[in-house]
Ligand binder design. Structure first.
Ligand SMILES: Cc1ncc(C[n+]2csc(CCOP(=O)(O)OP(=O)(O)O)c2C)c(N)n1
Length: 826
């Protein structure tokens, strides 16, 4: 029995005592009638929600039971938060949900909904029609909630004598329990993360997994809301059909109906987190501009963040004061009240397509997690007060008081559920775990280079064939291959335009990318060509920019967000490393965030100095598992590399960082003023396939005999090394210059081949000596058994100072030449 499990507050014993003491109702109520006079929630539904709450509670007990003998790895429970069952009941099974780790009862209800249960008792029109938004080409007038009450449900008790409690458990509840238990024991059969994490998530339930980083899912939720609304508009204007074929390829977009709303839940302490304030602000900011974002934020407020109390009244004050976000509230311990408030909030969001927050008061029972001794920071009186508000007991009281069950019947039900949960726990205990590194990393970042190269070839065929007319029009009759040699910036601009033409779901956004066309002009003209829905300026918040990308990618779009300067990516790193890069890993590819994040960065800007516009550190990106990092140095690499990133995002759901060396954006010459050697012609579509640059393949330049020394570099290091090689050639030294092009994954095969060709390697690394790219190159050589000579020239471990002082810490051409000479002198 799970009731044998010792819990901090003897929760199970208290529940039993309370139910045993409940008076038997004098009259039986028809379960088809509302459970109280002031709700539409019927007795039958309330009984079902009691079941979900009981399953959730028993799962918490099971987590502790499994932990007690070392077979469970997760004890954060939902006890006290089970009122969130009512929130699930007020939503549709197809509304995408990103859940708090205490939303166990919500998850159970969602699983039952997906298995065919329609928990809403509200009339079909209660949600109301989706409201016309400004500029909407034609909104559907249909009912907000097409689901009628499931009167024909064979499981529905129809009243009369006998116990309404005595009926089979809803299909879905046992399945949900199995999912959760598998997560707790890290079973490789767990349906979403496959034993990689304990998550609430399943693609068929439209439950998107969240990480343990509190509030980090909120920016994504806002992005999903924006994308859902955008897709709805495309749908209503008849433009969505067939679009995803070459779009982002997110896993679930087709299953989100156009009038879906996004729900995300989180705790009260989480409202203070920068990610949460960013998400609320972004939702409000867009609402202020008239853009619709149908997101329902649900704050499950138990008054505590581990041991720290939310100051009395703070959560309500802050949630009420979010501009553009409508406030709803309810007592999460009062099932009908929570249901009514959640239904009202969900209907409001669905109808108006605008953000709202539901502030659900809850209690936290059994401490923060298994090991938490809350008596160290809470008084006995405080703990007892929470116990008195146990939502499971409250629902039992409600049902008994309404004449729908006796305490004894509910206890029997609770025990029956407990036995089932225990049985499932025993079943999953022995399921296999992940046992090999290859199994662990299999879903991390799938790469199918042949498909990616085929996608590029297909894009070329479309651009040169059926899409040629649209392409000519988009480029104003003069496609970029006919405009003469281009700079790096112009080449990226043209490739972005070609990407927009080929991927109807692609969107370019960021600070200043729209009206201004980017601070360096890289996105110039794109908004005029492709419209404000696809090329738009965001608010000034990198967390939100990436969050929009994450949500849009999940919804099937192909987002290309821009981070204005590399230094400012650090504001928002978690959205890239904690959210984007983990999604396929924690969902075994069921969800993914196809995304190409353009970042302007690296140093050597003449006349525009200072660290923040010349940041040369990429260490924080290089160790993110699965992340693709592209650094194009020259125009005729930039375009094919961007095409590869877009194709890889669409095909494999890759998360790519496209790091553009600012100092090379407008560079024209290589050796002497006016030589135009750093300009390139843009390839016509017919040449894209032949010029395809696969991920992880370097470019090699031979200078002189190319026999004496190998310089391995990237970015600004490429033109500097080529100039150094020219000097060396004058001295009779033959050099091969290897442009890595990809910092992750590193082109290891090319590195080793080119190093072995000369036996003398100079790594020219414009990032910092510590944690810089050069460390990875040298390590790759050592790992491969390279026995030749090697040296490194790298940036000083410093921030980049203003003005000419920058030269003191950056790699110079002179240092490269000297480095090569030293190598040759050995
Ligand atoms: C960004 C981040 N910082 C710290 C933590 C560690 N941590 C886990 S839960 C938690 C408290 C969260 O409190 P609240 O949001 O109120 O949710 P509750 O657990 O009370 O439901 C903290 C600090 C974390 N998971 N993420």
């Amino acid at each position: 029995m799970l009731s044998d499990v010792t819990t901090p507050q003897d929760l199970d014993d208290r529940f039993r005592e309370t139910l045993a003491a409940l008076a038997t109702p004098s009259q039986r109520r028809d379960p088809a009638r509302p459970v109280t006079d002031d709700t539409t929630l019927t007795g039958a539904r309330a009984l079902d929600l009691f079941d979900a709450q009981a399953v959730s509670r028993q799962l918490d007990l099971a987590g502790r039971w499994l932990r007690s003998f070392g077979e469970g790895y997760y004890t954060i429970g939902s006890a006290g938060h089970e009122g969130n069952a009512a929130v699930a009941a007020a939503l549709r099974a197809t509304d995408p949900a990103l859940l708090h780790y205490r939303s166990g009862a919500f998850y159970c209800v969602r699983a039952a909904q997906a298995a065919g249960w329609t928990p809403t008792d509200r009339p079909a029109a209660a949600d109301g029609p989706v409201e016309a938004a400004p500029g909407d080409p034609g909104d559907p007038d249909g009912p907000g909630d097409g689901s009628a009450p499931d009167a024909a449900d064979p499981q529905e008790p129809t009243g009369g004598a006998g116990s309404a409690v005595d009926r089979p458990l809803r299909p879905g509840y046992a399945e949900a329990a199995r999912d959760v238990l598998r997560g707790m024991v890290a079973s490789s059969s767990e349906p979403l993360a496959g034993g990689r994490h304990k998550v609430f998530g399943r693609a068929d339930l439209a439950v998107v997994p969240t990480t343990s980083t509190i509030a980090s899912h909120l920016p994504r939720a806002v992005g999903m809301g924006l994308a859902v609304e955008r897709l709805r508009r495309l749908e209503t204007s008849g433009r969505r059909d067939g679009v995803p074929a070459s779009g982002g390829g997110g896993a679930t977009h087709t299953s989100w109906p156009p009038d879906a709303i996004v729900v995300c839940s989180f705790g009260d302490a989480s409202v203070n987190h920068a990610s949460a304030t960013a998400a609320f602000n972004t939702a409000g900011w867009y609402d202020h501009t008239g853009l619709r974002i149908p997101v329902l934020f649900v704050c499950e407020d138990n008054g505590l963040g581990i041991s720290v109390r939310s100051p009395k009244g703070w959560v309500e004050t802050t949630l009420r004061s979010k501009p553009g976000v409508r406030y709803f509230s309810a007592d999460g311990g009062d099932l009908p009240q929570a249901y009514e408030a959640a239904a009202e909030a969900a209907a409001w969001v669905r109808r108006h397509r605008r953000p709202a927050v539901l502030h659900l008061s809850t209690v936290r029972l059994m401490g923060h997690a298994g090991a938490d001794a809350e008596t160290a920071y809470r008084s006995p009186g405080e703990i007892a007060a929470d116990l008195a508000r146990d939502p499971l007991t409250a629902t039992a009281r409600l049902l008994v008081g309404a004449g729908l069950a006796t305490g004894e019947e509910l206890l029997a039900r609770y025990d029956e559920i407990g036995w089932q949960v225990r049985r499932i726990a025993e079943e999953v205990l022995d399921e296999p775990k992940l046992t090999a590194p290859a199994d662990v990393v299999a879903p991390l970042a799938p790469r199918r280079p042949a498909r990616v190269s085929r996608a590029v070839a297909d894009a070329a065929a479309r651009a040169g064939g059926p899409g040629a007319g649209a392409r000519a029009e988009a480029f104003g009759g003069k496609p970029p291959e006919l405009t003469g040699p281009l700079t790096l910036a112009q080449s990226i601009n043209a490739a972005l335009a070609d990407g927009m033409l080929d991927h109807p779901q692609m969107a370019v956004f960021g600070e200043d990318v729209g009206a201004k066309g980017g601070v360096y002009g890289v996105t110039k003209g794109l908004r005029d060509r492709f419209g404000v829905a696809r090329v738009f300026d965001t608010l000034l918040d990198e967390t939100s920019i990436l969050g929009l990308g994450l949500g849009a990618g999940l919804a099937g779009m192909l987002p290309v967000p821009e981070i204005q300067y590399l230094a400012y990516l650090h504001n928002a790193e978690d959205q890239l490393r904690g959210e984007a890069a983990t999604m396929q890993f924690f969902s075994q590819g069921a969800f993914r965030n196809p995304m190409v994040v353009r970042v302007a960065g690296l140093a050597y800007q003449e006349g525009f100095g200072g660290h923040f516009h010349n940041d040369n550190s990429v260490a924080v990106l290089r160790d993110v598992p699965g992340l693709v990092i592209a650094v194009p140095a020259r125009p005729d690499d930039a375009a094919p590399m961007l095409r590869t990133c877009l194709a890889s995002a669409a095909v494999d759901g890759s998360v790519c960082v496209f790091l553009e060396p600012i100092a090379l954006y407008h560079t024209r010459d290589l050796y002497v003023d006016g030589d135009g050697e750093w300009l390139s012609h843009y390839a016509e579509p017919g040449a894209w396939t032949g010029g395809h640059v696969p991920i992880g393949r370097a470019r090699v330049y031979g200078v002189g005999s190319a026999e004496d020394v190998t310089i391995i570099t990237f970015g600004n290091g490429v033109p500097m090394s080529l100039r150094a090689a020219a000097t060396l050639a004058d001295e009779g030294v033959g050099t091969r210059v290897v442009d890595l092009r990809w910092l992750s994954p590193l082109p290891v095969a090319d590195i080793i081949r080119e190093a072995a060709a000369t036996g003398r390697v100079l790594v020219v690394d414009e990032t910092r000596r510590s944690g810089g790219v050069g460390e990875g190159v040298i390590a790759a050589l050592v790992d491969a058994g390279y026995v030749g000579a090697a040296r490194r020239v790298a940036g000083v471990d410093s921030f980049v100072p203003l003005g000419p002082a920058a030269r003191q810490v950056l790699v110079s051409e002179e240092a490269i030449t000297q480095g090569a000479r030293t190598l040759l002198a050995r």
